[in-house]
Design a binder for this molecule. Structure first.
Ligand code: TXA
Ligand code: MG
Length: 313
């Protein structure tokens, strides 16, 4: 059920966390499905509800943090915020959370409700995005309800997510920092603070990031990335095609439906609208969604990453 994220309901949710139950809660990136990170049985429930494979580890959400120098530097600059750090783990974190890896993913979210929930629960909260495994990430409480239904007792509702794409994941466990997933914090911002960082190539057999599956974040409708939607339409005459457009398109008439990510082509606004736009297309019974590439700068990298994964069969 959806509950407005009032003081009282956050308290109720924190009581459920303490009792070993799962709750869905807003963060500045996407909605999360959380459980006490120290309680393995509670964390098992996350995997069951999401139908997520156990080899895919979870991010642990904290309200406070201490660690090594590079982690501290990044934390000082970007936490609370849309950044997840992969660090060497200690004994307190159960294997179920980290899929047996020697490392753990840690993030301090910048959403007042998420922060309050963690503080009131008194434990770190393990939370993946609150969607079914492989499906679109939820940027509104309604999206969580649609995918997870009554399997979650409390879905705390605080309106749409500010960023709309997940956190940027930086692996600090292997000497050189490596970006494993592009997200709400841009590579440009990170490089200003710690200098050059490398990006993971995301091969399918890359065990560094078990969850970085090539197909992910997918709408049910087939999605194709094309250089020119207009010329691609020649191949799809008579088909019900939707256009996902970064900004106001010149030509709308070939398409059954058009979703504009940002009237002005602003990448930040576009990221915030991405998953919801794909979700809207999904109920329109289309044969295909076409999308042209967006510039791979700033949040454009996270957008293109999600689109590429969504376009995999
Ligand atoms: O913005 C976010 O990060 C959202 C909100 C709820 O905080 N959470 C989120 O969680 O996106 P999830 O589970 O959907 O994605 C977590 C990713 C997965 O790809 C997982 O494989 C990776 O983090 N991950 C977790 N622990 C890891 C580790 N120790 N090493 C490498 N990758 C890890
Ligand atoms: Mg996810």
């Amino acid at each position: 059920m959806i509950f407005k994220a009032t003081e009282e309901n956050i308290f109720k949710a924190s009581e459920l966390i303490k009792q070993g139950e799962c709750v869905a809660f807003p963060t500045e990136t996407v909605y999360g499905l959380g459980a006490n990170a120290f309680n393995s049985l509670a964390c098992v429930k996350i995997f069951e509800i999401k139908q997520r494979p156990f080899f895919d580890p979870l991010i642990v959400h904290v309200a406070e943090f201490e660690n090594n120098e590079m982690a501290r530097k990044l934390a000082e600059n970007f936490w609370p915020g849309p950044m997840t750090l992969i660090l060497k783990k200690n004994q307190n974190i159960p294997d179920i959370v980290t899929a047996g890896l020697e490392t753990v993913a840690v993030r301090m979210p910048d959403h007042p409700v998420a922060r309050e929930l963690i503080k009131k629960s008194g434990v770190p909260i393990a939370a993946p995005s609150a969607n079914l495994f492989g499906s679109l990430s939820p940027t509104k409480a309604e999206h969580v309800l649609k995918q997870l239904g009554d399997k979650v007792k409390i879905i705390l509702d605080a309106g749409p997510s500010r960023f709309g794409v997940e956190s940027t994941i930086i692996d600090l466990s292997r000497g050189k920092p490596l970006i494993l997933r592009f997200g709400g914090l841009t590579a440009e911002e990170i490089e200003k603070v710690i200098g050059r960082v490398e990006f993971s190539q995301n091969q399918q057999n890359n065990i560094v990031a078990p969850g970085q599956l090539l197909k992910h974040y997918s709408p049910h409708t087939k999605l194709l990335i094309v250089d020119s939607a207009k010329s691609a339409m020649r191949d799809f005459k008579g088909k019900r095609v939707g256009l996902l457009s970064l900004k106001k398109p010149k030509n709308k008439k070939d398409f059954v439906a058009v979703q504009i990510l940002s009237e002005t082509g602003d990448l930040k606004e576009a990221a915030a609208n991405l998953f919801e736009s794909l979700d809207r297309f999904d109920v329109m019974n289309l044969d295909l969604i076409l999308v042209e590439p967006v510039p791979e700068i700033g949040l454009g990298r996270a957008i293109m990453d999600r689109l590429r994964r969504a376009s995999r069969n």
